[in-house]
Design a protein around this ligand. Structure first.
Ligand code: DUT
Ligand code: MG
Length: 152
């Protein structure tokens, strides 16, 4: 499915020297987001920095949200993940889209200008209407959780 996403280019380099966010392949789920830094950033082990993507998005539909997720290569190979683990973008948010980059490794990591640091995934959202009940209908799991089904 497609969603028309309103985007403001806050950084004039986007779409010129640095490509606009795009899907790497037709089947990619995430739009790659780039680090719109003034200079390369050396992220020390254990440190976290808020990095501008150079854009603002307005999803504008309450039934859609954005999720910022790590890139698997950066996360697995270099320990570059997100300081908030997952970024959640509300459909009414219009401010600059920021990526919290956390170096969870024990090596410094250099983030280059325009480097693809994370990805934005649009997801459908259901809003809950709370229905207060005294008991639930029986389910197969009941209250069992946190390993209740065993490990094998
Ligand atoms: O990685 C992120 C996470 C959030 N945001 C923006 C969009 C989002 O809609 C807004 C608020 O995020 P969230 O609700 O997760 O943060 P909060 O700490 O609850 O702030 P608020 O009180 O503004 O809701 O911040 C980003 O730009 N990047
Ligand atoms: Mg919030």
């Amino acid at each position: 499915m497609r969603h028309r996403l309103k985007v403001k280019l806050l950084d004039p380099r986007l779409g010129r020297e640095v490509p606009l966010p795009n899907y790497a392949t037709e089947g990619s789920a995430g739009l790659d987001l780039r680090a719109m830094l003034d200079a390369p950033l050396d992220l020390a082990p254990g440190h976290c920095e808020l990095i501008p993507t150079g854009l603002a998005v307005h999803i504008a539909a309450p039934g859609v949200a954005g999720m910022i997720l790590p890139r698997s290569g950066l996360g697995h190979r270099h320990g570059i993940v997100l300081g908030n683990l997952v970024g959640l973008i509300d459909s009414d948010y219009q401010g600059p889209l920021m990526v919290s980059c956390w170096n969870r490794s024990n090596q410094p990591f250099r983030i280059e200008i325009g480097e693809r640091i994370a990805q934005l995934v649009l997801v459908p959202i259901l809003h809950a209407d709370l229905e207060i009940v005294g008991s639930f209908e029986t389910s197969a799991r009941g209250e069992g959780g946190f390993g209740h089904t065993g490990t094998h």
